[in-house]
Design a protein around this ligand. Structure first.
Ligand SMILES: NC(=O)c1ccc[n+]([C@@H]2O[C@H](COP(=O)([O-])OP(=O)(O)OC[C@H]3O[C@@H](n4cnc5c(N)ncnc54)[C@H](OP(=O)(O)O)[C@@H]3O)[C@@H](O)[C@H]2O)c1
Length: 196
């Protein structure tokens, strides 16, 4: 059974990208590409990918800017409301990219089945990961925390969830942490701040 893993890099203050969708802050940090939580070793255990349309557009823009090809051989589901009208976004030659709309439970079931014994990678963004978590379908969160704060941007996981820390390590500039997702974190009554 595939685990569903939200694997991403984040700023220390919990943003995936800055307000202009830039990841320059991330690429300025040093990482060992063969070390803990690095992309290639993680990808070796991945059987399918799930992402939102902004993340997909960022990936395509990055590949077009750098001249790199689409490297994912695994099937990739991209959530976009445009799929409801039968529209598709641009798809790189040879890429198995499926544009889907709406019900994340059904999309997850299809993607997890395709992943087989390997993991389903929730690439992001945070809203998509939160949708999967809200449906109680997110098993793990793996984050590499860059030594930078951004103040604003695309949030890591905009959802109240209780996690259990199951692994910590370091990869050069990054603190790496793996969590099991345990369930909703109960809403708390607002703290009464006295007028002083
Ligand atoms: N630091 C990292 O490693 C990392 C990882 C991932 C992403 N990122 C970056 O973080 C940013 C993420 O941005 P984000 O969180 O705003 O966006 P996102 O999750 O990538 O995409 C959000 C979009 O996905 C579509 N969508 C989401 N759920 C849907 C559903 N259930 N049905 C249909 N469509 C759905 C909607 O777009 P439509 O308008 O198409 O309907 C929505 O506006 C991007 O800049 C990305 O590059 C960074």
């Amino acid at each position: 059974m595939a685990r569903t893993v939200y694997y991403t890099a984040t700023s220390l203050d919990g943003f995936l990208a800055d307000e202009g969708h830039s990841l320059e802050w991330l690429f300025r940090s040093d990482i060992d590409p063969d070390g803990a939580f690095a992309h290639e070793p993680f990808l070796a255990g991945v059987g399918a990918l799930l992402m939102g349309s902004s993340t997909y557009r960022w990936v395509l823009g990055h590949l077009e800017a750098t001249g790199e090809p689409w490297t994912y051989e695994e099937p990739t589901w991209v959530l976009t409301s445009k799929a409801a009208s039968g529209a598709t976004l641009r798809r790189p030659d040879g890429a198995d990219v499926r544009f889907v709309d709406g019900d994340v439970v059904a999309v997850h079931a299809e993607a997890a089945q395709a992943a087989g014994d390997r993991d389903l990678w929730v690439v992001g963004g945070g809203g998509v990961a939160a949708e999967v978590a809200a449906a109680d379908l997110l098993d793990e969160v793996m984050v590499s925390i860059a030594p930078v704060t951004l103040g604003a941007g695309a949030p890591l996981l905009p959802s109240r969830r209780r996690l259990e820390l199951i692994e910590t390590t370091r990869n050069r500039d990054f603190v790496c942490a793996r969590y099991a997702v345990r369930g909703p974190e109960p809403e708390a009554a607002p703290a009464a701040l006295p007028d002083l």
